[in-house]
Design a protein around this ligand. Structure first.
Ligand code: FE2
Ligand code: FE2
Length: 214
């Protein structure tokens, strides 16, 4: 059985390498997938989550790619869940895990609006969210900003002190709109602790940046 899962992991990884190659985006590439898989495995151990559900869900959680401007964007997690089950069916993965995998993938993103009901879904959601925080979170945020051609910050009021932050207009606002709030939405104790540390790093980054740009 262990050998079977090892093989499945390597097949899923190869598949995701291909999917990521078709949609080049350093903030959602195979390295993101691997970090999420690693974090999800760690959290699973601490939370007694079922790796038979968490591991395939983590590999396939972003298997469907929809551009931010596409009206179908809010359904991307559900579409990923559907696609993932198709992939796993072809691999003859045990069907008893399918419901758990589909739920974990469908609930992983903020935009889905789906509440994570199982520990496996909570673990995947936390692992994915942690990757938006800390040093890697800063790197991913600015990478995505570059892809969307957003200026780094607002010239008049970089820290949105006298305006409502809007991350459609500049990249730094993404910290205020989303990143600084993510840690409060984490579900598992281990992720909460890690999220707190990573958020401290985000704040230190903002302080340093302020001393450089103002
Ligand atoms: Fe995602
Ligand atoms: Fe992700």
């Amino acid at each position: 059985m262990a050998k079977y899962f090892e093989e499945i992991e390597s097949v899923l990884k190869k598949l995701m390498v291909e999917i990521c190659k078709e949609n080049p985006d350093p903030s959602h590439d195979i390295l993101h997938i691997e970090r999420v898989v690693r974090a999800a495995k760690k959290l699973s151990e601490l939370e007694n989550a079922d790796l038979n559900i968490v591991v395939p869900a983590a590999y396939l959680h972003d298997c469907e790619v929809i551009e931010k401007s596409d009206p179908q964007r809010s359904q991307v997690s559900s579409l990923s869940a559907k696609k993932a089950l198709g992939i796993l069916k072809e691999l003859k993965y045990p069907e008893k895990y399918f419901d758990g995998i589909a739920h974990a993938i469908a609930a992983h993103s903020f935009s889905s609006g789906i509440v994570a009901e199982t520990i496996e879904a909570k673990v995947l959601q936390d692992a994915d969210r942690l990757d938006g925080l800390g040093a890697i979170g800063v790197a991913r945020c600015f990478s995505l900003g570059g892809k969307l051609n957003r200026p780094f910050y607002s010239d008049e009021d970089p820290y949105a002190e006298s305006r409502t932050p809007d991350d459609n207009t500049n990249n730094l606002d993404h910290f205020f709109v989303k990143l600084l709030k993510v840690a409060n939405k984490l579900q598992t104790p281990a992720a909460k602790e890690d999220g707190r540390k990573r958020t401290e790093f985000l704040k230190a980054f903002l302080t340093q940046l302020r001393s450089e740009i103002l």
